[in-house]
Design a protein around this ligand. Structure first.
Ligand code: GLN
Length: 447
């Protein structure tokens, strides 16, 4: 059983929440650039250390507590032992990996992919997006982001002079009282269209969606695509969870494969998510030459080239997946994990969103009755209300979750106030331990 630690929850205890800039010792000459000076501590740097410090089971940050498939690990070791694969790679990515990406994705796209011009290996999916914003945004260019959005998008956009513009995904009212499918979270296309201005350059979408788990269907993607076509916008499609979608879905719809949308779409993928290697930072972009080339232009000047041995290993994984059911087995394993974790929320009668893809469960926490006199660190007062719920869950129940207001603009934080995101990319035994601890919530559930 998890041991409660209320005594340790002193209000004076500094949590890791300060912005980076409030040091009084800083000389004028050390004044930071405006592009970073307002950054708050990100949610990952708050909850991952908090989980470690409180010995909570960390279902917060989405990373695995298990390693890559054996073939992939062995390829990494082999690459380290090979002189050539420890040296710089071509800035576009190692040819073996670009060829493997082409072979793996051609059937998905139902078209030939040119590894020289239509594929770019990046330092994780995050840098693929950063390079694309750097490659396409001039000062003041607007980028439409769907809320909730993955938090990095916003800083990646603003650091490149762009301005994020928000449009929400909305859950039906029934989500407050019953468990729903992630498909019931909807984007209002007229609302999306209303956000387009003369300055709009790009729409960012994310499917399978983090944190909702929604997999956008073809009709929804075509509607978004029509807005992009009518206004001559680029679509940046974050598909890092593309190998993780669950039955009854048989196929993962990709916006780049619909109508003529290939011409205006850059798709972002992730070796880390596909092969349980989030720390390797190997991702890639797929798209037409006329779009990939400016992401490439920026990326060469940011990272020059990407981690070589891990590229070899990801290539080996993609090659193996052509003849072995690596992704199919992974989906089966994740489906079981989803079941293990979801069951406890059923038991507790907490409504949640059943994800169609990715590895997060968004739980409605409204019925959790946190003791009124509970002492939270003052720093949490400036964050969304869900930060307090997740802090309490981490410290008192012993399971860390992520407050999704981090994925909303400040004016929409309230939309996330009753949600917590739990990641299930953990071994079954750890999930079962988390379930055991979460059962401790029973006494706090309002009837
Ligand atoms: N994509 C992962 C998540 O949402 C990890 C994010 C991160 O650590 N920056 O949890």
């Amino acid at each position: 059983m998890f041991h409660f630690s209320r005594a340790a929850t002193a209000r004076c205890r500094p949590l890791l929440l300060r912005t980076f800039t409030n040091s009084t010792t800083m000389g004028k000459g050390f004044t930071p650039a405006a592009r970073v000076s307002k950054f708050e501590k990100d949610v990952w740097s708050i909850f991952t250390p908090l989980a470690a410090e409180t010995k909570a089971i960390n279902l917060g940050q989405g990373y695995m507590n298990f390693g890559p498939p054996e073939a992939v690990q062995n390829a990494a070791k082999e690459a380290i032992e090979t002189v050539e694969s420890n040296q710089y790679s071509h800035p576009k990515g190692r040819l073996r990996l670009r060829n493997a990406i082409a072979a793996s994705y051609e059937p998905e796209y139902n078209r030939k992919l040119n590894p020289e011009t239509e594929i770019l290996v990046t330092a994780g999916a995050n840098e693929a997006m950063y390079a694309t914003f750097a490659g396409y945004l001039d000062e003041g260019a607007e980028v439409i982001c769907i809320e909730p959005f993955f938090d990095q998008y916003i800083s990646n956009i603003t650091m490149n002079g762009g301005k994020p513009v928000f449009v929400p995904l909305r859950a039906p009212d029934s989500a407050k009282t019953s468990t729903i499918s992630s498909h019931e979270w909807k984007l209002d296309i007229d609302e999306l269209r209303s956000k387009v201005t003369d300055k709009t350059k790009m729409i960012v979408i994310n499917t399978p969606h983090n944190p909702v788990g929604k997999v956008f269907d073809e009709e929804e993607l075509l509607a978004i695509g029509k807005v992009a076509e009518d206004n001559d916008l680029i679509i940046l499609s974050d598909e890092v969870y593309d190998r993780l979608y669950y039955p009854p879905l048989k196929k993962f719809p990709r916006i780049a494969t619909l109508g003529n949308l290939w011409e205006r779409t850059l798709t972002v993928c992730s070796g880390g998510k596909s092969f349980a290697a989030t720390g390797w930072r190997v991702g890639w972009l797929i798209g037409p030459e006329h779009l990939v080339k400016y992401s490439f232009a920026a990326q060469t000047r940011v990272v020059f080239s990407v981690n070589s041995p891990c590229q070899e290993a990801v290539a080996a994984g993609l090659e193996a997946s052509l003849t072995q059911p690596i992704f199919q087995d992974q989906v089966a394993a994740y489906l079981k994990k989803r079941e293990i974790l979801a069951k406890v929320f059923d038991e507790l009668e907490l409504p949640y969103t059943v994800p169609e893809g990715a590895y997060y469960i968004l739980v409605n926490t409204d019925k959790i009755d946190i003791p009124k006199d509970y002492q939270f660190p003052e720093e949490l007062d400036s964050r969304g209300a869900d930060f307090k719920t997740c802090y309490w869950l981490t410290k008192e129940i012993g399971v860390a979750a992520i407050p999704p207001s981090e994925f909303y603009s400040k004016e929409h934080w309230y939309l996330a106030k009753d949600f917590a995101r739990f990641a299930f990319c953990k071994t079954d035994d750890v999930l079962l331990q988390a379930v055991e601890r979460l059962r401790g919530l029973k006494q706090y559930i309002k009837k």
